[in-house]
Design a protein around this ligand. Structure first.
Ligand SMILES: Nc1ncnc2c1ncn2[C@@H]1O[C@H](COP(=O)(O)OP(=O)(O)OP(=O)(O)O)[C@@H](O)[C@H]1O
Ligand SMILES: [Mg+2]
Length: 241
């Protein structure tokens, strides 16, 4: 059965002064798929994610999420997405638990239900042993796992993850990847970026290859490899047109 579209990116443009960070990109994300966005530094990946997460506004074009425009109905979109930014967004003087409690409150959980969702993500991201400690005493990988816990707390329909696997150890990496695959099997949509072609090949159903603000290739990995006549994604990065 064909998967249902949850995100429709339509001719999206974003400039920072003279820099055209996103130059009119269009593609779709489906429920129950993991879409990988790959591309060199400065390609526009984080810019795209911040627009999709309703943090910044496009100059032109739009993104429709679950039938609603990110520009016209930002409040609706905000509720159904989870965003794990590239730069960690944590309160470093609070404990991990207090960071989670704070965000659970923002998402409208309280009482027993709040305790339940917080407890759940603590165990899913394996943070039990450090959860009472202040975040500024965490290692880089622990912070990243907490950041992901914040993004998935409210069981979002669409999970946006900007380089979620950077700096985490192999056991945590496996846990995060398993969680991504589980969410996908439950029908959620995940869009994530990575510089590891290995991770992308393991996780993604489809890929958007972004270069210099434009979509260079889009589709299933095998089709993209065929189009370029290459055996791996890594080889495509060395293709010059
Ligand atoms: N706040 C900003 N002000 C000015 N220019 C910006 C800003 N944010 C991003 N840019 C520029 O926009 C372009 C796209 O940047 P972006 O961060 O989206 O790239 P990226 O694909 O996420 O790169 P990376 O792989 O390094 O994370 C770059 O040229 C960058 O210098
Ligand atoms: Mg980035």
């Amino acid at each position: 059965m064909a998967l249902e579209t949850i995100v429709k990116v339509d001719n999206l443009k974003k400039n920072y002064g003279n820099v055209e960070a996103v130059k009119g990109v269009s593609f779709e994300i489906k429920r129950g798929e993991i879409l990988g966005i790959v591309g060199p530094n400065g390609a526009g990946k984080s810019t795209f994610f911040s627009i999709l997460a309703t943090i910044s506004k496009p100059q032109d074009g739009d993104i429709i999420v679950d039938g609603e425009s990110i520009t016209k109905n930002k409040q609706y979109v905000k509720k159904i997405i989870g965003y794990v930014p590239q730069e960690l967004a944590l309160y470093s003087s609070l404990s991990g638990r207090d960071n989670l409690n704070f965000w659970a409150g923002i998402y409208g959980f309280f009482g027993k239900e709040k305790n339940k969702v917080v407890k759940n993500v603590i165990s899913e991201m394996d943070l039990q042993d450090v959860i009472k400690r202040r975040v500024d005493t965490y290692s880089g990988g622990m912070k990243r796992r907490l950041n992901i816990a914040l993004g998935i707390l409210h069981n979002p329909q669409l999970l946006i993850m900007d380089e979620p696997l950077v700096g985490v150890d192999i056991i945590s990496k496996r846990k995060i990847m398993d969680k991504m695959l589980k969410l996908k099997s439950e029908g959620q949509a995940i869009v994530f970026s990575s510089h590891s072609t290995d991770e992308v090949e393991k996780l993604c159903d489809r890929i958007v290859l972004l270069e210099n603000g434009s979509v260079k290739a889009y589709g299933e990995l095998n089709d993209i490899l065929k189009k370029y006549g290459k055996d791996s994604l890594e080889d495509i990065f060395f293709v010059k047109e």
